[in-house]
Write a protein that binds this ligand. Structure first.
Ligand code: GTP
Ligand code: MG
Length: 662
């Protein structure tokens, strides 16, 4: 099963397997991404790799996805150039967004490597950048352009480009997705959709007197995809679209098309076209006409994207003369988190684009909510410190908060408190609690300012942020890891180290690097952690470090009724099997729920990824899979599998059963 499918939902995996039953074939596909600093020579490199001229290369505006095709003889490795394989991904916009400065070439290279590897989906172990052989995954070839500028070094020759091509193919062949097996009908439909894209459509301009133009098809209706799928022997496509949807999701994941189930009216066949559209909105290279519009200043200052400006910006893409896609494109931009409609009643129909607001100093923004009342109370800062944070990550978080929480109004102004990388929200109905959420380098931080001096715990806000961060990691397949830290209310966000989560729970006090004095750990965590959570965590920590723990107490309890190897621990729950089924305990030993089963498992394992429990039943030599509520999913038997004894799940999600014969 291709890695991409393995990472999709259980329904998609089942749809894939069903389709694969009617025949599969191998697919070879190489995707190359060229990243690097502005003007490094990326476009020239791509052109030369594709055996094209470089005379007319101009600077690329924003991110550029070029789907170029050439055929490579798998046996000989020779490249045959027809038209267009490769992606040139870079941007001034991106560079402006990251606002990075590098002290050394090492830091510079690390930055680009992190950028590439945080999007690697080939490895289940999300924090890893290397495979078992310590090879970078995906492989990276570092090309030094401009070497002719170094005295005594000669120009890059044609021979070296040939070596680069050989290197690309060699690296691609080592990847786990080389020779992927796909259902034949999926490959046929993929080709059909590609053919559809190259079909031309006649575009009629809305402006009077303009002649109609021919354009390749960039978008098709979902119903058109249904008809194509029907032709490609997808079963019952008109009634049952689950296989088609799984196929479209797969194609979206590998970057061939853009398809969101939530906005399913159209399918974008040419992602480059969408990049062109998005470039109209998120760019640092607007044309003068749009710049002169007063609506532009409004966007710059407030983030509000007025309708006039939307119309104007859409016109930058010639194939958008038919504004029939306007609504769909706006919905897509909402789906991508580029634009958002605030939750505030009076602003619900307005469109905001937070990433294009002019940056302002953080302290200046904070002054806008600095309540001087003596009763005002600030919580500590709750921080998620990331190993590496891609520039768009925080934007997704901010947009999600804007959708779900009312933004505060600026003092004496109707302007909403949304800024570049900062949002200030009204947390409760009465307005006595204000939430500040912001990005600072590799750190996402939040603080609650209360207008009443009460000890309130914002554990639910903390959970919301963590869930959201994990959801974004999953949805955009971003491999980043973070650590939770607390920092004192008035300290600096960046220079102050604060205290880590585990340390805060076990240590009574810590040395604050900002104030150079001892602070109470409890004072710093209590705004975000409930006492029960702290207790639970303490027991978990002890369980990790000491054999005589509360976990043992639970095991002791179960040992009286069932064999020893039937405990599975999932997060802060203990799953204990007995004669009648499974009892779920919390870490204090209290029963949370019971599942009655029709069989008595002799061993079981909890697969956290799929939330399934795998059980083996010795008498019948069966492997039974149930969901976390005890409902049957499937039963597996095999004549070769007798006297089943133990089971476990490996890192890939494979269930391994120890039995007599196999
Ligand atoms: N001397 C020298 N000049 C180069 C080399 N590669 C590219 N250039 C020149 O550098 C300039 C930028 O090249 P591009 O290929 O447009 O660079 P890019 O990284 O795509 O630039 P942006 O899209 O603006 O980020 C052009 O004027 C090229 O002619 C090289 O190896 N040696
Ligand atoms: Mg370029």
């Amino acid at each position: 099963m291709p890695e991409t499918i393995k990472n999709m939902s259980v329904y998609d995996r089942e749809a894939f397997l069903k389709a694969a039953n009617s025949g599969t074939t191998k697919r070879y596909n190489i995707r190359v991404m060229i990243v690097g600093k502005q003007s490094a020579g990326k476009t020239c490199l791509l052109r030369r790799l594709m055996n094209e001229e470089i005379d007319d290369v101009i600077s690329t505006d924003g991110i550029n996805i070029e789907r170029r095709k050439c055929h490579i003889d798998i046996k000989t490795g020779v490249w045959h150039f027809y038209k267009y394989i490769s992606e040139d991904f870079q941007s001034k916009t991106y560079e402006n967004m990251i606002e990075k400065e590098f002290d050394s070439i090492g830091e510079y290279i690390d930055f680009w490597l992190d950028n590439i590897h945080c999007y690697c989906t080939d490895d289940k172990n999300t924090s890893m950048q290397c495979n078992d052989d310590l090879d970078l995954n995906p492989p990276v070839i570092i090309v030094g352009t401009g070497i002719d500028k170094i005295p005594l070094v000669c120009y890059v020759t044609t021979v070296e480009f040939e070596e680069l091509r050989t290197d690309i193919v060699r690296n691609a062949k080592d990847l786990s997705n080389w020779e992927e097996n796909l259902p034949i009908r999926w490959i046929v439909l993929e080709k059909e959709m590609y053919r559809k894209q190259t079909e031309t459509a006649i575009l009629f301009s809305e402006a009077e007197g303009e002649t109609p133009r021919c354009e390749n098809k960039k978008v098709i209706l979902y119903t058109e995809a249904q008809s194509l799928a029907n032709e490609c022997t997808f079963p019952d496509v008109q009634k049952e679209t689950s296989e088609l949807d799984s196929f479209l999701k797969y194609e979206h994941e590998i970057g061939n098309i853009v398809f969101f189930k939530e906005v399913r009216e159209y399918i974008v066949l040419d992602p480059e076209w969408l990049v062109d559209v998005f470039r109209c909105f998120v760019s640092h290279d607007y044309n003068g006409e749009a710049l002169g519009m007063p609506e532009w200043a409004v966007l710059d200052e407030t983030g509000k994207l007025e309708d006039n400006l939307i119309e104007k910006l859409f016109k930058k893409v010639p194939s958008l003369i038919l504004t029939k896609h306007k609504q769909y494109l706006l919905e897509l931009m909402e789906e991508f988190g580029i634009i958002v409609k605030p939750k505030n009643d009076d602003f619900r129909n307005d469109i905001y684009m937070p990433c294009m607001i002019k940056p302002r100093p953080f302290q200046e923004i904070l002054r806008k909510v600095d309540v001087k009342s003596e009763y005002c109370k600030k919580s500590s800062w709750f921080c998620l410190v990331f190993n590496f944070l891609p520039p768009s990550y925080f934007n997704h978080i901010l947009v999600s908060f804007v959708k779900n929480k009312q933004l505060l109004h600026e003092k004496n102004d109707s302007k909403l408190s949304i800024y570049r990388n900062v949002g200030i929200f009204q947390l409760n109905e009465t307005g006595s609690e204000i939430l500040v959420i912001c990005l600072s380098k590799n750190l996402i931080a939040m603080q609650v300012i209360q207008l009443k001096s009460e000890n309130v715990c914002y554990s639910y806000v903390k959970n919301r942020l963590i869930n959201l961060v994990d959801l974004i990691k999953q949805r955009y397949r971003i491999n980043v890891i973070y650590e939770i830290r607390f920092k004192c209310a008035d300290g600096s966000l960046l220079d102050n180290e604060g205290i880590g989560y585990d340390e805060a729970i076990v240590k009574g006090e810590y040395r604050c690097t900002d104030h150079e004095e001892m602070h109470s750990s409890k004072v710093i965590y209590r705004s975000w952690l409930k006492e029960e959570e702290v207790e639970e965590e303490r027991s978990a920590i002890i369980a990790n470090t000491c054999p005589c723990t509360s976990a043992m107490i639970a095991i002791k309890f179960y040992v009286e009724t069932v064999p020893e190897n039937m405990v599975t621990r999932k997060k802060n729950e203990l799953y204990i099997g007995n004669k009648y089924g499974i009892v779920v305990f919390d870490m204090s030993g209290s029963v949370k729920r019971r599942m009655t089963l029709s069989f008595t498992p002799c061993d079981k394992c909890y697969d956290v990824d799929s939330q399934r429990i795998y059980c083996i039943v010795r008498e019948h030599s069966k492997l039974i899979c149930i969901d976390k509520d005890g409902n049957d999913i499937f039963t597996f038997t095999n004549p070769n599998m007798t006297k089943v004894k133990d089971l476990t799940i490996d890192n890939e999600g494979n269930v391994v059963v120890l039995c007599t014969k196999g």
